[in-house]
Design a protein around this ligand. Structure first.
Ligand code: FES
Length: 105
C-alpha cells in the first residue's frame, strides 16, 4: 500500500468544494464537504467520465457525461447508468494539511 502524501492545505478547497489532483500518478478528486475530506478516482465506472468535472450535491457527485451519481464517502454507484462502485482513497488531516493515500485497487 502507498504512503500518505500531502496534497494541499485545508483552506485551499472551499467547503463545499472539490479539486482534481494527481497523486502517485493517479488522477483523483478530493472533496471538502461538511468540514470533512473525501477522495475517489476521477473516473466514472460507466464509461470513464471525469467525475471531478461533475456537479457536487451534499455527498453526491454526478458524472458530467451521462449523470450517474456516486457517493463521495464510499464510492458507491447510486444511479444508472453506472452499476460498479468507483475507488475510494484514504484521507487524513493533520493540522492544516490534507494527506491522501492511494488505494491500489
Ligand atoms: S461516463 Fe459517467 S455516466 Fe456515463
Amino acid at each position: 500500500m502507498s504512503d500518505f502524501i500531502a496534497v494541499c492545505t485545508t483552506s485551499e478547497i472551499p467547503d463545499p468544494g472539490k479539486q482534481t489532483l494527481e497523486v502517485d500518478d493517479r488522477i483523483v478528486v478530493l472533496f471538502h464537504v461538511g468540514g470533512e475530506f473525501f477522495c475517489i478516482d476521477d473516473v466514472c465506472t460507466h464509461d470513464g467520465g471525469p467525475l471531478g468535472e461533475g456537479e457536487l450535491s451534499d455527498h453526491t457527485i454526478a458524472c458530467p457525461r451521462h449523470f450517474a451519481k456516486f457517493d463521495i464517502r464510499t464510492g458507491k454507484a447510486l444511479t444508472m447508468p453506472a452499476t460498479v462502485d468507483t475507488v475510494v482513497h484514504d484521507v487524513k488531516v493533520e493540522g492544516d494539511k490534507v494527506f491522501v493515500r492511494i488505494n491500489d485497487q
